[in-house]
Design a protein around this ligand. Structure first.
Ligand code: E4P
Length: 214
């Protein structure tokens, strides 16, 4: 499973990117708004830093407007992927964009059928939302497992981005469930790096070294 970072905050992206494990970035309108910066300026800056796919979401709700917006967004970098909501208009836009060779990420996926339809429309990536399903007292990880099984059985090439990842445990579960990618907030990534035995072990190594080299 590849790791993307789910944020529009450049400092977080840069800090995580320098650690070498980030293969891409996802943003959404809520994350962009938090930065209080121009959407195009943010996406351009991220796309220049990161080599992998950078998802930028359209704001439009009709296919022609989404396509127009997508054509503007892809000018910001050759690695920009157009994030489109899982709606009828969204699928029409994905169908046109994929025929033009523009990569798309269909977002707000909450069922296997939505994932299947998005993939068949030509999506490069599909983004099922684990945490938001868990919020409804349902099981987001089961959805990842089911989509992964269906895509494998039918040899579907679209990649599954497990989104709405809220905890380090989600990250492990998404990897086990067959997600190709998990897009993870910075604070979940940093929490995932830590283990008390790592800290204790390092403290012991350094203390032993210092004691022997006084
Ligand atoms: C990423 O593609 C999604 O927009 C994001 O993961 C949503 O996460 P949230 O449910 O924690 O807002």
């Amino acid at each position: 499973m590849k790791i993307f970072i789910d944020t529009a905050n450049f400092d977080e992206i840069k800090a995580a990117y320098e650690m070498g494990f980030i293969a891409g970035v996802t943003t959404n309108p809520s994350l962009i708004v938090k930065e209080k910066r121009d959407l195009k300026e943010v996406i351009k800056q991220i796309a220049e830093l990161v080599e992998g796919p950078v998802s930028a979401e359209v704001i439009a709700t009709t296919a022609p407007e989404m396509i127009k917006e997508a054509h503007e967004l892809v000018k910001l970098g050759s690695n920009v992927v157009i994030k489109v909501p899982m709606t009828e208009e969204g699928l029409k836009a994905v169908s046109v964009l994929s025929k033009e060779g523009i990569k798309t990420n269909v977002t707000l996926i909450f069922s296997v059928n939505q994932a299947l339809l998005a993939a068949r429309a030509g999506a490069t990536f599909v983004s099922p939302f684990v945490g938001r399903i868990d919020d409804m007292s349902m099981d987001g990880i089961t959805l990842i497992e089911d989509i992964a099984e269906v895509f494998m059985v039918h040899d579907i090439k679209a990649e599954i981005i497990a989104a709405s990842v809220r905890t380090p445990m989600h990250m492990t579960q998404c990897a086990k469930a067959g997600a190709h990618i998990a897009t993870v907030p910075y604070k979940v990534l940093t929490a995932s790096m830590k283990h008390p035995l790592t800290d204790a072990g390092l403290a012991r190594f350094l203390a032993d070294w210092e004691a022997a080299n006084k």
